[in-house]
Design a protein around this ligand. Structure first.
Ligand code: UD1
Length: 373
């Protein structure tokens, strides 16, 4: 069985490639080796298993995609432009890579519908916007982003829209209304809809995985638009304090990349996932401050030397963590890598890596555009 992973030379794609090779699949990767991720003179990453057949190309280029899909039975679409903040000023680029790229990939998959047995697409928790909350007086609610007047007052927690009291975050099920708050999130919502609609129309089994905040080795440390774990690690590695937006008590569901890839493999191999969207997280919230502390401890740095900005980043949500019942009931998936062990694993790799810290420049770009204040 041959699998094509678009974006297969990247952070998550390369880990999925490892797992699928172990399971006996042949793996091909189509990857543009984007300089923002792979550096200024990109080449095949050392971490990519030598058995992966790497084809360097762009998902918007029909002949690249056609060549890559030739002889494949399974399509995994991971190739995407992925910086949430950056998507708010490079809108055309994001929509081009994400929406046009997915369209070309799908058209070429449809042409091979007699041989493609399954399609899996990476979606993202960012499509939910804010998480789900409970007010002890008024019940559960799924709010839009916090009003800017509230954020200007530096009041970070989500309040009940009816009585104004403080609320408690709840795990987010797949059924929660979607309020994407960035161009990237809108692109990701389209990805899942495009794959599921096309899969259904042409009878190709398809599944969309809503990834929560993925962390682990190989995340691009010099890419200031990547996830918070890699950004904090890169800051600390360069002797700079992590920059923490708001008060650091906002939370996310950090899922280790190897657990996430196991979930993807289970979804590929189990028809129960067909036609579904599935959250992939741990079900446990962790504050951004705790993430910073854990990374600092594992890198042997002081765990109280952070730059807490007391400022917000436009489009950020306060709390979002997964309700994992669907994936657990349908596929029997349970995360196995406990947070501290996962961060330890990340930091052992970080300690042997080099990273250029470009976070100050990226933060300035957001500031200049009024996207953090
Ligand atoms: C992240 C990913 C998104 C992915 C989603 C689900 C990025 C940029 N975002 O979104 O692609 O779809 O997870 O997997 O890769 N923060 C700081 N300091 C920093 C950076 C971030 O305090 O230097 C804070 C943010 O303000 C936010 C939290 O950390 O409150 C998480 O930010 P981030 O890692 O960018 O993740 P998401 O926006 O949740």
């Amino acid at each position: 069985m041959r699998v094509l992973i678009t974006g297969g030379a990247g952070f998550i794609g390369s880990h999925l490639a490892d797992l699928l090779l172990e399971k006996g699949y042949q793996v091909r990767a189509l990857d543009s080796l984007d300089p923002q991720v792979h550096g200024d003179s990109p080449s095949r990453p050392d971490y990519l298993d030598p058995s992966v057949q790497l084809m360097v190309g762009d998902v918007r280029n029909r002949s690249d995609v056609a060549g890559a899909l030739e002889g494949c039975d399974i399509l995994v679409h991971f190739a995407a432009a992925v910086g949430v903040g950056q998507s708010m000023y490079r809108m055309e680029h994001y929509t081009s890579v994400n929406a046009l790229g997915a369209s070309v990939v799908l058209e070429e998959a449809v042409r091979r519908r007699d041989s493609i047995r399954k399609m899996l697409v990476a979606s993202s928790m960012s499509i939910y916007g804010e998480g789900l909350y409970r007010c002890c007086e008024c019940g559960d609610f799924a709010p839009r982003l916090r009003p800017s007047e509230q954020l200007e007052r530096h009041e970070w927690e989500v309040r009940c829209p009816v009585c104004g009291k403080a609320s408690t975050p709840l795990p987010v099920p797949e059924t929660k209304s979607l309020f994407p708050a960035s161009i990237y999130a809108i692109n990701k919502r389209s990805h899942e809809e495009m794959f599921l609609v096309t899969g259904q129309a042409y009878g190709i089994p398809a599944v969309a995985m809503r990834f929560f905040n993925v962390y682990g080795t190989r995340q691009a440390l010099s890419n200031p638009y990547t996830g918070v774990g890699a950004i904090f690690a890169s800051r600390l590695l360069n002797g700079n304090p992590p920059i923490i937006f708001e008060d650091g008590l906002q939370s996310r569901d950090f899922v280790h990349v190897r657990d996430l890839c196991r979930a993807c493999a289970m979804a590929l191999e189990n028809p129960a996932a067909d036609g579904r969207v599935l959250n992939v997280g741990t079900g446990r919230p962790t504050s951004i401050l705790d993430m910073a502390k854990a990374i600092a401890r594992h890198l042997g740095r002081p765990d109280d030397d952070f730059m807490i900005r007391d400022q917000f980043r436009a489009g950020d949500v306060r709390h979002c963590f997964a309700d994992c019942s669907s994936i657990s009931e349908l596929l029997g998936f349970r995360p196995e890598i406990e947070f501290d062990r996962g961060v330890g694993d990340l930091c052992r790799w970080v300690a042997t890596s080099t990273a250029t810290d470009r976070v100050d420049a990226a933060t300035r770009e957001l500031e200049e555009r009024g996207l953090t204040r």
